[in-house]
Structures are given as C-alpha cells and as structure tokens.
Design a protein around this ligand. Structure first.
Ligand code: AMP
Length: 289
C-alpha cells in the first residue's frame, strides 16, 4: 500500500495505477476519518469486490465539526489504521494534513446542498453537511474514483452526497453499504471509544429501539407518529440517554413522512454523557402501498 500525504503525489499515484490497470481500470474510493473498525473495513471489502484499484483516505476534517464538538479529541490511530488497510489489500492511502487540504484556510469556497443539509444531523449540527460535502467533493477531484463507498450508518450523509453527485454531475457511482453491528446489535462507530462500560450498556437502547420499531412496522404499524412515540418511550426508559432527535423521513429527501409504506428511514440521535451517537433503520417499501 502506498501512503501519500500530498494531493500532487496522490493524483500521480492514481494516474499510474490506472495506466497499469489498462482500459478496464476502475477506482474505488473509501473516505474515512480513521480510528478504523469493521464498519470501515466492510466498505473497503465492497470496493475490492467491484474495483481493481482501491484508494482509502484518512482525514479528520475540521470543517465538518462545530466549534464545541470533538475535533481535537477525535481518536487518531494512524499506525494501526495503516496495518488494517494494508491487510485488506488497499492500494493507495491518502492521508493529508489540514494545511494540505485547506491551504488558504477553512473559510473559503464550499459546497452546500440546500434543504437536505438542514435536516436530521444538519439541524443539530449546523454547517456539518457543508463541511462533509466540501471535503468529499475535494476528495472526488483528487482521486477521480469511478465508485465511492459510504456507510448506511450515516444515512443523512448519503442523502446529501447523492444529491451533490447528481447536482454537480460527478462521473461516479455512490455505493451505500449496510451498517455493521456488534453481536448485540450496537452499531460500530469510532466514537464508541468515548463510552464508559456503563454508558455502553445504556447506549444499546438505541439499536434496540430501532429493532423493535422495525418489528412493529413489519407487524403492520404504518403510522410514523405512533412508531416515533414508541421509540421515544423506549429511549426515555434509559435515564442515561438524552434524545437529540427521533425522525421518520423519506430516505432521499430526509423530509418527514407520516406513513411508512412507501419506504422510510427511521433515524435517531441521542447523547450519552458527552458522546452523541446516531443510528438508523431503513424500511423498504411495502407492497401494495
Ligand atoms: P467516519 O470515519 O466515521 O467518517 O466513517 C467513514 C465511513 O465509514 C462513512 O461512510 C461511514 O458511514 C462508514 N461507517 C462508519 N461506521 C460504520 C458502520 N458501523 N457500518 C458501516 N459503515 C460505517
């Protein structure tokens, strides 16, 4: 695996890899902020299956963090991340500094996807999706992938990026990969490292409340308000959790819906102590609607 820290050498390495792979070259990109776990590795494996060149990026992007968020203390485990990526057969790793990505400062040209960016996490974290869209657009320009892989765990991010790809005609396909969970159903996240053992037990209520809402939906409860209120009750039963939002939305527009039968995204966010966690469940459309 080649580890690259500058845009120039990354562009060159991608061009060389493409030339070596010939006419059938396909580049898959997996953007991450590091502190890698099985969720990230599932994206790498999906990319390896579909592409003959796989590039990963590790960049803790300051523009997607709010002023009082965890940018400074976000876990950084570069050496072990590199060996995980190497083991998965990643070809190129781009790991730039903040100065390399934002040489003129972070308060410059940006990309904003209006509407969608102000819903779910965008409402709780103003400016978050502007930072995400901007850095992902930059990574797309640097690596020029044919496919880019993102986790369904960050469902709102996928909606924002799909809209960006469509609106700005990026010549690539965005691939959404399922959320990887631990044996107890808890969604893997780099931020889980912040949780104490006791908080981790309480945090399990997130995935449990989603699982029971999905089961209720399958059993015939189609009213979003009813499903949301049972999720809220379940979350409230854990005194350590503070609800940020519980929403049932159209997965593409992130607009609230009242009936789930055409397909729905159930998305939740909650605070456990100083840690904010998100999780979601995607409900397929039901036949007949
Ligand atoms: P992050 O490093 O948190 O920015 O995540 C990088 C990518 O990994 C994003 O596309 C995330 O949605 C994805 N990801 C994070 N956690 C998981 C998970 N548990 N399962 C699948 N994908 C994930």
């Amino acid at each position: 695996m080649r580890i690259l820290h500058t845009i120039k050498e990354t562009r060159q390495a991608c061009a060389i890899a493409r030339a070596a792979a010939g006419d059938s070259s396909t580049v898959g990109l997996v953007p991450t902020m590091g502190a890698l776990h099985e969720g990230h590795l599932s994206l790498i494996r999906a990319a390896k299956k579909q592409c003959n060149i796989v590039a990963a990026t590790i960049f803790v992007n300051p523009t997607q963090f709010g002023p009082n968020e965890d940018f400074a203390r976000y876990p950084r485990t570069f050496v072990s991340d590199c060996s995980l990526l190497e083991n998965e057969g990643v070809d190129l790793l781009f790991a730039p500094t903040v100065e390399e990505m934002y040489p003129s400062g972070t308060d410059r040209t940006f990309i904003e996807v209006p509407g969608i960016s102000d819903r779910l996490d965008g409402l709780s974290r103003p400016g978050h999706f502007r930072g995400v869209a901007t850095v992902v657009a930059k990574l797309f320009h640097i690596v020029s992938p044919d496919f880019a892989y993102f986790g369904q765990k960050d469902a709102a991010q996928i909606a924002v990026l799909r809209a960006m790809v469509r609106d700005l005609n990026f010549p690539l396909e965005l691939v959404a990969c399922p959320t990887v969970r631990g044996p107890d159903g808890f969604a893997l996240s780099s931020r889980n490292q912040y949780l104490s053992a006791d908080e981790r037990i309480h945090a399990l209520t997130l995935s449990q409340s989603l699982a029971s809402a999905s089961a209720s939906a399958t059993a015939g409860i189609h009213d979003a308000a009813q499903l949301k209120s049972s999720i809220r009750e379940r979350l409230k039963s854990s005194h350590a959790l503070k609800i940020d939002y519980v929403e049932i939305v159209d997965p593409a527009t992130l607009e609230s819906i009242s009936d789930i039968r055409r397909g729905a995204l159930i998305a939740i966010a909650a605070w456990i102590g100083k840690t904010r966690l998100i999780d979601n469940a995607l409900l397929p459309a039901m036949q007949p609607v």
